[in-house]
Design a protein around this ligand. Structure first.
Ligand code: A2H
Length: 255
């Protein structure tokens, strides 16, 4: 972890039926449960195709000050407790603890997403000590997301290993949401292809692809969908984030 704080937007992806076994008692008590991925690119949420967790990772369901239940790592809720997100400073209420594998295949309703339902899938490169340990997947604009989704789509044994049903993965296509003129309208796919990336484990190449697409996306990207279609990413990024927060669909978090 560096010295400068990292400011994330936590997007609230609501758990909908059928609720995973480990979360049923909480859902039955009438509480709303959300997976809360941390993102640096809230303007890409239109293109969500799934949500990533680390199968071996330890997660919990924690009650927030307003009664919402957040699914994330304990490390991140401890930080949230010092950011006015829990009922009392430094304190948080744990409603359940479980492994990532226990919520694979959960169905989610994701803010702004073109897809009405997305599913929880495994990503092996998730860092449990960064953000919330949950990552939302936008394969059009994130090379890591595209690589991990391709791995699941192309490798049936990988799906089988984690008990992933075909219908949680195969119908989900990359959605063009941001055009980078002269480059691509699905920049992560272009960088992945140009650099000849083969899997989610190609760390060095994926970091190169991430740098290229992140910089270009912000500086040259034009929104293709949603309320701000035709506008520059750099002009609307903050507006989109602020609206998500105002609508109760996201919160700010830093570490
Ligand atoms: B970003 P930084 Cl479209 N482990 O969100 C691994 N990756 C994580 C993570 C964790 N614990 N927590 C967050 N992330 C990802 C969207 C996105 C992101 C796009 C393009 C680029 C991009 C959709 N995924 O990030 O290490 C999240 O993915 C490229 C930098 O704190 C988050 O933003 O700099 C980003 O990494 C945070 O990265």
């Amino acid at each position: 972890e560096g010295v400068a704080p990292q400011n994330y937007t936590l997007i609230k992806l609501q758990v909908i039926d059928p609720v995973p076994e480990v979360l049923k008692p909480i859902a039955d008590s009438g509480k709303k449960i959300y997976l809360v991925p941390g993102t640096l690119r809230p303007e890409t949420m239109y293109g969500q195709t799934n949500c990533w967790i680390l199968p071996e990772g330890k997660y919990g369901a924690f009650e927030m000050a307003n009664g919402d239940v957040f699914v994330c790592t304990e490390r991140s809720v401890r930080n949230m407790a010092y950011q006015q997100l829990t009922h009392a400073k430094g304190q948080y209420k744990t409603l359940a603890t479980f492994k990532g594998a226990d919520i694979l295949g959960a169905a989610l309703k994701a803010p702004l997403a073109v897809n009405p339902v997305v599913y929880v899938l495994p990503m092996l490169s998730i860092d449990e000590n960064k953000g919330t340990g949950v990552v939302t997947s936008v394969p059009s604009d994130s090379p890591d997301d595209y690589a991990s989704l391709q791995d699941l789509k192309l490798k049936a044994p990988l799906r089988a290993k984690f008990g992933i049903k075909d219908e949680w993965v195969l119908p989900f296509e990359v959605i063009p949401i941001i055009d980078i003129p002269g480059y691509s309208n699905t920049s992560a796919v272009k960088a992945y292809t140009d650099l000849n990336i083969k899997s989610q484990n190609d760390r060095v190449l994926l970091d190169q692809a991430k740098d290229i697409t992140y910089t270009k996306g912000f500086n040259e990207g034009i929104m293709m969908v949603g309320e701000y279609a035709g506008k520059k990413v750099s002009d609307v990024k903050k507006t989109i984030k602020d609206e998500l927060i105002k609508n109760g669909e996201a919160v700010e978090y830093s570490e």
